[in-house]
Write a protein that binds this ligand. Structure first.
Ligand code: DON
Length: 306
């Protein structure tokens, strides 16, 4: 694994004819130039290799669900699973229908309903401002970088237009699976999604999931296993099977076009390309990870020694 490979992947992605479609249901995200492409890899020996727009910040969106799940597992452990399941879903990430069918229990912590419940759990005994400060502190510590912030314009944009999430929050309240008022839980959730990070920062954040920085891991090993299992099975929603088939890494996507991927024991990887596929996952980001995984034989399903 060297930087030449990342440069080649970057050139291949820049030449790809289909950029995908930038998310426009959050108006502020529709302004992003779809031609951006960045990739960054952190390796077990401490090296970090990057190519393209790896230092350009973007909206992490659903990748932030890994942040809140990590904190919630540490605080609540097994009790979290009384409120949210651990099964993949064949429905879209913002499905309202599915929540009603399952009496208000979200299928997993990575679909929107499950992430809203996770954030609601973190809010108990705290104000939104305090919970957001806790999330930022956690991310900055894991990424070894204090220059990570929330984009208030993106949060405001989603607050005004995120009707599906309002519907989900009200449905959760109706089933007694939301302790806080919808506006409090969603206000916090929209702000966590609006955290801006670059691929370089996100790859460094992911080191504890690959266990390549174990002496300073902010999360216990048993919980890291849980998070990676959920990323593999649910991290790309109803596209998770296809992603496992093509890439074979535990990974979490966001509608900002970022993906955080983990090669346990070997590497953490972040890619960013704003255009999305039909499941709301980065189109070229997925293709780039497939190329990387194939070249390095980094799929966790690889039958040979890596
Ligand atoms: O709640 C939403 O719809 C967005 N804030 C996050 C969704 C998302 O990133 C889906 N992932 N690919």
């Amino acid at each position: 694994m060297d930087v030449d490979l990342l440069e080649k992947i970057c050139a291949d992605m820049r030449g790809a004819p289909d950029l995908g479609k930038v998310a426009d249901y959050i108006p502020e995200l529709a302004k992003v130039d779809p031609r951006h492409f960045g990739i960054s890899v952190c390796l077990a020996d401490g090296r970090q290799l990057s190519a393209g727009d790896a230092d350009v910040e973007f909206s992490v969106q659903s990748v932030s669900k890994v942040f809140t799940l990590s904190i919630a597992l540490g605080r609540f452990g097994e009790r979290l699973w009384q409120r949210v399941g651990r099964e993949p879903s064949t429905n879209a990430f913002n499905s309202v229908h599915e929540l009603e069918v399952h009496d208000g229990i979200p299928p997993n912590p990575f679909v929107n309903s499950g992430a809203i419940v996770t954030t609601d759990a973190l809010l108990v005994g705290a104000r939104p401002r305090e919970t957001l400060a806790e999330i930022l502190h956690f991310v900055r510590y894991a990424a070894s970088d204090d220059d990570i912030h929330i984009d208030a314009a993106v949060a405001r944009s989603e607050k005004l237009t995120g009707d599906k999430n309002w519907a989900l929050a009200h449905m959760l309240r109706a089933y007694r699976n939301l302790d806080n008022a919808c506006a409090l839980a969603l206000g916090t959730y929209f702000h966590q999604c609006a955290i801006r990070m670059s691929c370089e920062q996100l790859a460094r954040f992911g080191r504890f999931l690959a266990h390549i920085h174990p002496h300073r891991s902010p999360v216990r090993a048993e919980h890291v296993r849980n998070i990676n299992a959920l990323m593999l099975t649910c991290g790309h929603y109803d596209g998770s099977g296809e992603f496992a088939f093509r890439v074979g890494m535990p990974a979490k996507s966001g509608v900002g076009g970022g993906i955080l991927a983990v090669v346990p024991g070997i590497a953490s990887v972040a890619v960013w390309s704003p255009g999305l596929n039909k499941h709301g996952n980065s189109l070229r980001g997925t293709a780039a990870l497939e190329e990387l995984s194939t070249a390095c034989r980094w799929s966790v399903f690889e039958p040979h020694d890596r």
